[in-house]
Design a protein around this ligand. Structure first.
Ligand code: FE2
Length: 287
């Protein structure tokens, strides 16, 4: 008889997000920004947070994207956006914008001056070659549409994408089957969550600290990225401190990556063509 053993994920790597400048001069922290087999299908995670408008007000003026999805999650403040599909609006506190650039989108993302803290995350997810030139798609999800699942009185999970206790998040039908969870765990609690064995996953600590594997050698705190090894389950444990984190996973694409700035294709030729089309004004394929 074969016993069904649960393989709890171990830690592959822990790193601290690094301060950097992006857009027209936005000061932010980059958790990662490279093509890596353990992070695939994800390419980048930026953590922006400041009480000083000078750090973000210059924003991200008009720029193109092709071949990826950008996922913006606002925790505090507001980001005004406009795009070549004719969408315009404000991503407010607790809202998510899941933007599939596909064949191409040109947009701008401009944080508004906030009283106090302006903060949030932008994640980039790669698209497989078969979807890189799909029609652009844009999903705006309001805070009120994001279910908050109470696992017990100590764990609550905002399900942006994926499924927890049979409750599905509002963002669906994404090729790489991503899961995007915002989890709050009270002190002295164990959180276990099943993730498909072959999917890559990582956690990013928003507040507090916790242990991210069964060994519980050392707590990991705020602004740290924990990249996990493959396995069927993740186990996160808190001690005296409460913990809030993003837990993100997805199916690896395992294709060559040709990446320059906001455009990510499979080959250098596709990349060259994308920039040529952007210069020539033929970048946008839909009307
Ligand atoms: Fe963008």
């Amino acid at each position: 008889m074969v016993k069904n053993m649960v393989k709890t994920r171990t830690i592959y790597q822990i790193t601290e997000s690094q301060e950097t400048m992006e857009g027209a001069g936005v000061r932010l922290r980059r958790a990662f920004g490279q093509d890596h087999p353990k992070l695939d299908p994800f390419l980048l995670l930026d953590d922006f947070g400041s009480e000083n408008p000078d750090d973000y007000i210059s924003g991200f003026p008009w720029h193109p994207h092709r071949g990826i999805e950008t996922i913006t999650y606002i925790l505090h403040g507001k980001v005004k956006h406009e795009d070549s599909l004719g969408n315009a609006g404000v991503i407010g506190q607790g809202d998510v914008q899941w933007m599939t650039a596909g064949s191409g989108i040109i947009h701008q993302e401009m944080p508004e001056k906030a009283e106090g803290l302006m903060s949030g995350f932008q994640l980039w997810a790669n698209l497989p070659s078969s979807s890189k030139m799909m029609n652009p798609r844009y999903q705006e999800v309001k805070k009120s549409e994001i279910p908050e699942v109470q696992i017990d009185d100590k764990i609550s999970v905002k399900v942006i994408c994926g499924e927890v206790k049979g409750i599905k998040g509002p963002v669906q039908d994404i090729v790489t089957e991503p899961e995007y969870l915002d989890i709050t765990i009270q002190p002295n609690t164990i959180f276990k969550h099943v993730i498909k064995e072959e999917h890559n996953s990582f956690a990013y600590v928003i507040e507090g600290e916790g242990f991210f594997d069964e060994k519980k050698k050392k707590t990991v705190g705020k602004q740290h990225l924990i990249v996990l090894e493959n396995g069927d389950e993740i186990q996160i444990t808190t001690a005296e401190s409460k913990l809030r984190l993003l837990l993100i996973s997805g199916k690896p694409i395992r294709e060559p990556v040709a990446w320059s700035g906001p455009i990510v294709m499979n080959t250098q030729e596709e990349l060259r063509l994308a920039f040529e089309e952007y210069r020539d004004g033929t970048f946008i394929k839909n009307d």
